[in-house]
Design a protein around this ligand. Structure first.
Ligand code: 5AD
Ligand code: SF4
Length: 459
């Protein structure tokens, strides 16, 4: 979500003739986009801001702004804490950012804008902002959240759940596709409830419209709340040819007692039932999840139930976090807090257990052929430098199930490293690692299959 917001911020600043620089020391304007989801993320913001003091001292005209969730949460307090800061703007103020910067330039003032609204203010980027070299992009379809999980800061910093107009979403995706994008990831805190409040399309209906966009090859989405995962959405995995076979379905805990204290509104039994339905409908679907360890009151027996659930589901991947108190979130006021060293131990146990499943799942793919959307040169290739015609290029992409595949094109030596970006290619998996796969193009010609019926599609 912050990646998408940062892009919006950058587009807004283009209107003021700013352009991106990779050199912090050369910037005339620095915007720090922040995350408040866990305590650690927030701590990072303040240590980074501290490091900018020297730059401001050397160049007093430098403008420094803080946006995102920490800005929304702390507001004017950040100006007090960070004297070299010019601007604090909240999660609903991105569209007003160009005006704020202009005011700072002309009036040399400090500004705080954390006003929230129940409506989404669309930014008009008709003139620019779609020129991208990337194959895969995020598209926000809704903002905010109404669920109030007791550990979570999101409802307080992102506001009420509001869905974007489907026409705006679809036209944004069309324009991204025109500029070479082949995959979109639709973003929302709980995409399953898209459009419900507004009486717009349902989420599966929106997916069907997006599936019809010519030139788009893949659709992903995140995040899905288990309580709202509908039968209709489950069926979309079978019915929509562009919808990737991956779902991120955060469970948070395997203990019903803790799920209740978290206000998650489902039980482990309901969760397991949904996992079964997903797998019965789409046999190769990859399922990933989030776990919080050390939630207030989590006993050893509760934690054992989480480990047991991880063994039962055999997730393809897991993000695990130590619980941390968040301002306003009601769990911050719960008693029975778990000591830090115990949380650390539990986190390690979860990570060690999951590592076995991730590796095992990857290993089962060796020898298979996977359809991979090519995103660019692999990290290793970037480190070596660009390939020349006597070298095999190393490319990177993802399977439909969201596994990273690094590969070389076995025909490159003859073909002179043809551009594979944005193409769906068949890759034979030769080796599996814990977090990626390694392979080569399958057969003499790269087996490309692009838009319905077309042999290949070059971005
Ligand atoms: N402490 C630890 N983890 C948290 N998450 C959200 N809030 C907290 C918190 N207070 C995790 C949840 C969520 C993910 C994005 O971050 O697992 O799904
Ligand atoms: Fe936070 Fe719960 Fe909303 Fe997710 S569903 S953003 S965890 S309140």
């Amino acid at each position: 979500m912050n990646v998408y917001d940062s892009e919006q911020i950058a587009k807004g600043l283009e209107f003021l003739q700013y352009e991106m620089t990779p050199f912090l020391e050369k910037a005339d304007l620095i915007i720090v986009n922040t995350c408040a989801i866990r305590e650690k993320a927030e701590q990072k913001v303040f240590s980074f801001l501290g490091r900018l003091a020297g730059l401001k001292k050397k160049r007093p005209d430098l403008i420094i702004g803080v946006g995102g969730c920490v800005a929304q949460q702390e507001g004017a307090k950040i100006l007090e804490r960070v004297p070299h800061l010019d601007l604090v703007f909240g999660t609903h103020a991105i569209n007003r950012l160009p005006n704020a910067i202009q005011a700072i330039l002309t009036k040399k003032c400090r500004i705080v804008d954390t006003q929230m609204s129940d409506q989404i203010k669309e930014m008009d980027f008709s003139a620019n902002g779609y020129d991208t070299k990337e194959v895969s992009r995020f598209v926000t379809i809704m903002q905010g959240c109404d669920n109030y999980c007791t550990y979570c800061v999101v409802p307080y910093v992102r506001g009420r759940e509001t869905s974007r107009d489907p026409e705006k979403i679809i036209s944004e995706i069309r324009r991204l596709v025109q500029s070479g994008v082949r995959e979109v990831t639709l973003l929302g805190q709980n995409v399953n409830s898209y459009g419900m409040k507004e009486g717009l399309l349902t989420f599966p209906e929106l997916l069907r419209h997006i599936n019809d966009i010519d030139g788009l090859l893949r659709i992903r989405f995140t995040t899905s709340h288990p309580k709202d995962l509908s039968q209709d959405l489950i069926h979309s995995f079978k019915d929509l040819d562009k919808l990737c076979h991956h779902i991120h379905l955060p469970i948070q805990s395997g203990s019903n007692r803790i799920l209740k204290r978290m206000n998650r509104k489902y039980t482990r039994e309901i969760y397991l039932e949904k996992v079964d339905k997903l797998r019965n409908t789409c046999s190769d679907i990859a399922i990933t999840s989030d776990i919080i360890v050390g939630f207030p009151g989590e006993k050893r027996t509760d934690f054992q139930e989480t480990l047991d659930l991880i063994r039962t589901v055999e997730f393809d991947g897991l993000f695990a976090f130590k619980y941390s108190d968040r301002p306003n979130a009601s769990a911050a006021r719960f008693s029975d807090k778990i000591p830090e060293d115990e949380k650390k131990k539990r986190l390690q146990q979860v990570l060690d257990l999951q590592e076995q499943f991730t590796t095992r799942k990857n290993k089962t793919l060796t020898g298979s052929t996977q359809s991979v959307l090519v995103e660019g040169f692999s990290k290793k290739q970037n480190q070596i430098n660009k390939p020349n015609s006597s070298q095999n290029a190393q490319w990177t992409g993802r399977t439909s199930t969201n596994k990273i595949v690094n590969f070389y094109n076995s025909d490159d030596l003859k073909a002179g490293n043809e551009n594979m970006m944005g193409r769906l290619v068949n890759i034979k998996i030769l080796q599996a690692f814990s977090h990626s796969l390694w392979g080569k193009t399958n057969g003499k010609e790269p087996g490309c299959f692009g838009l319905r019926g077309e042999k290949s599609y070059v971005a």
